[in-house]
Design a protein around this ligand. Sequence first.
Ligand code: GDP
Length: 373
Amino acid sequence: QQNEEKMIEYLDELEFLAYTAGGEVLKRFTQKLEKPNPKTFIGTGKMEDVAAYVEQHEVGTVIFDDELTPAQQKNIERLLKCKIVDRTYLILDIFAQRAQTSYARTQVELAQYEYLLPRLVGLWTHLERQRGGIGMRGPGETEIETDRRIVRDRISLLKKKILKIDKQMETQRGNRGALVRVALVGYTNVGKSTLMNVISKSDVFAENKLFATLDTTVRKVVIRNLPFLLSDTVGFIRKLPTQLVDSFKSTLDEVREADLLLHVVDISHPQFEDHIASVNKILDEIKSADKPTLMVFNKIDAYSAEKYDDDDLMVERTGAHYSLDEWKKTWMARTNGDSIFISALNKDNFEDFRKRVYERVREIHVTRFPYNA
Ligand code: GDP
């Protein structure tokens, strides 16, 4: 039961990703298997169903909610005779569309080549088998060897380029002086950009699609004469392709060097606890799990819970009708440390939020500039 819900949730997310990439989803297929079929990911019968559907509706692309092995991809392509995309490829594609700075573009390109490289190998072994293998030095093979070398050269060039930009960015960060640094973190689509906009009164691109933010933005913000730096980082997502985890590690430097984290959570999302866990896992990976953190539970306007009134009748109540005191009594407030409940969209509890951020930043500021306190 619970697994089924998880699967639906993953597929919802995949559909959202497909939509973000500019696609339209016609149909979903699911299958329960102990483990994926090593040759074709799904079973033979299911594959026939999919093939029939693809043919009947002239489907252009079939998307799989996992990373396919190069061999699986080739096999499925041959069976379905249309474009086969896996979750990793889809995410890389979206990142490629959205990369705005040359740094982000370089990182995405690197990730794409790293994804491509083993797939060239896959093609090679497949050809080798066809030709009888060992000892064969056919033209196709040489071609692929050349392709592989080109891709490898490109990868090492991109890595060098990234290293250089990393150093430049490090210097830039160093030049920002002793201002307190605050970083917005959180799962993708929780409202980080929206919050950044309302705090800094600037216009950061916000839309209801995944990965609206790819590049880090840093803004200087002043609350009651207290200046600090606020950064908005790339949205975290479940099952992030490993190629991206690595290449975006440096983008996460902003988080690593922050003095305070604002961990934004979309509580209107049924799986928000999973989201918190995914974000915490990444924070742990970049050794930032122990940083001072303020949990910002966002979208209270869209939150609805089954509540019981005095006569024990179930009533629908949306979060917008909760008072601050009521929010503080919820389990979320009790289990998640320092927390606050807001709607970035409607600016509900916004003054309280600003006050809390001010207090937390001031604590840090005072330790840094004791004479000005
Ligand atoms: P990010 O990916 O975390 O930067 O999220 P965005 O700031 O781009 O917001 C994602 C979507 O959530 C947008 O459609 C926002 O308008 C919407 N959103 C942000 N804050 C709220 C909120 O407090 N309530 C509601 N209902 N929607 C919100």
